[in-house]
Design a binder for this molecule. Structure first.
Ligand SMILES: O=C(O)CCC(=O)C(=O)O
Ligand SMILES: [Fe+2]
Length: 384
């Protein structure tokens, strides 16, 4: 976070105050934007970032994707931009209207707006009269999309972070790193924890290519290309009829990605194109874009914060283009900081916090096979 001085603290965040009536009540001066803030065009930080940006883009060739920039691609480029930092005022940010999340919102250098996108609010059943009754939001522009802001409790968010890193990202589960590296059975995260505790000497993680160079299961034309301008992905959607063919074709390893963002794609691996997908966001906030069945449909931008849940359901939404072009790294909600919990929660949280500060974790649950489909036989079972 940018450093502050007494002088810096005297500057009120004019735009933020006009957007969020709760800010004035909750924001400690140390959290207000400072003169060393990249969002302030008069600050030295902004000028330095501008010089760096001009220098780094001087001789860069245009990506072939930019020759015809679809509305989806244009939106991705906008939110990806490092300089100048993107304006998020057209991004839906429901936390901006929730007094319970005012501190979390106040930390952001760029926030969205609670009224940026038309949506319909529904009070969740069975929560009437509770202090913080949770709500769901539906979108007339994207049928099948449901957003449940702040659905996961703060304690559960911390539990899920531990579960994702320590319990889930290890054998027998596969991660994208398994494609390129020989990963220890206890998983990279647990190995890292043991090294930090001094219980284990650091082990070098070797690229698979270095270990298995003599037996490459992939035909030469499917090998990943070196990182370069991004290419559009258009895999054949899975279905009960082409399932056997798809599973018997080796999947080429994905090229190494320069960052944690997720390019526009349609979820095509599920044979069931209509069962709902449930997605939980943890850690740093991110801009999520969801469009239509082609990249020509302009996407809806939504800021997903820690604890938010998205449900993608129905044929239009399950096969809609979506992406995560931006993680707002460096800023965590207050409840993801500090080991002030009890028991399990207080145990070595520091290392999780340190990791999360630059990261967003997404956990999603999806049904791959339709009811009655037998993956071993590769066919639909006859109805009983
Ligand atoms: O990170 C997200 O919110 C979306 C993840 C996603 O689209 C995917 O895993 O297919
Ligand atoms: Fe996806």
């Amino acid at each position: 976070m940018a450093g502050t001085s007494a002088d810096d603290d005297a500057q009120p965040p004019a735009d933020a105050l006009s957007e969020n009536p709760y800010l004035a009540l909750f924001v400690p001066a140390s959290l207000l934007p400072s003169r060393s803030d990249i969002h302030d065009p008069t600050s030295p930080a902004y000028k330095k970032a501008r010089r760096k940006h001009l220098k780094s883009t001087r001789n860069r060739p245009d990506s072939p994707l930019d020759a015809h920039r679809t509305p989806f691609r244009a939106a991705e480029k906008k939110y990806k931009a490092r300089f100048p930092p993107p304006d998020l005022s057209d991004v839906l940010d429901l936390a901006a209207a929730d007094p319970a999340r005012a501190q979390e919102v106040a930390r952001g250098k760029c926030n969205g707006r609670a009224d940026a996108i038309p949506c319909e609010e529904i009070l969740l059943r069975g929560e009437e009269g509770q202090a913080h009754q949770r709500r769901a939001y539906m979108f007339p522009g994207t049928p099948g999309l449901v957003l449940l802001p702040s659905y996961v409790s703060r304690a559960d968010q911390r539990r899920l972070v531990r579960w994702a890193l320590s319990d889930h990202a290890k054998h027998p589960n596969e991660t994208n790193l398994d494609t390129h590296y020989v990963i220890p059975r206890e998983g990279l995260w647990n190995q890292y924890l043991n090294v930090r505790k001094g219980e284990l000497e650091d082990i070098e993680v070797l690229p698979r290519a270095a270990v298995l160079h003599q037996s490459n299961p992939y035909p030469a034309e499917t090998l990943p290309e070196p990182p370069g301008p991004r290419k559009l992905i258009a895999n054949e959607p899975a279905s009960p009829t082409n399932y056997s063919k798809l599973v018997s074709t080796p999947k080429p390893p994905a090229p190494p990605s320069p960052s944690d963002t997720l390019m526009a794609h349609v979820d095509r691996s599920e044979l069931s194109a209509t069962s709902p997908l449930v997605s939980i966001s943890l850690g740093c906030a991110a801009v999520f874009l969801i469009g239509g069945l082609t990249r020509e449909d302009p996407p809806t931008p939504i800021l997903l914060r820690s604890g938010d849940v998205v449900i993608m359901s129905g044929p239009a939404c399950r096969r809609a283009y979506h992406s995560v072009p931006r993680i707002l790294e460096g800023i965590l909600p207050p409840h993801m900081e500090g080991s002030d919990g009890e028991g399990e929660d207080a145990r070595d949280w520091e290392v999780y916090e340190e990791y999360l500060r630059g990261t967003r974790i997404n956990i999603n649950v999806r049904q791959v096979f339709p009811k009655g489909f037998d993956p071993a036989a590769g066919s639909q079972r006859a109805a009983p």
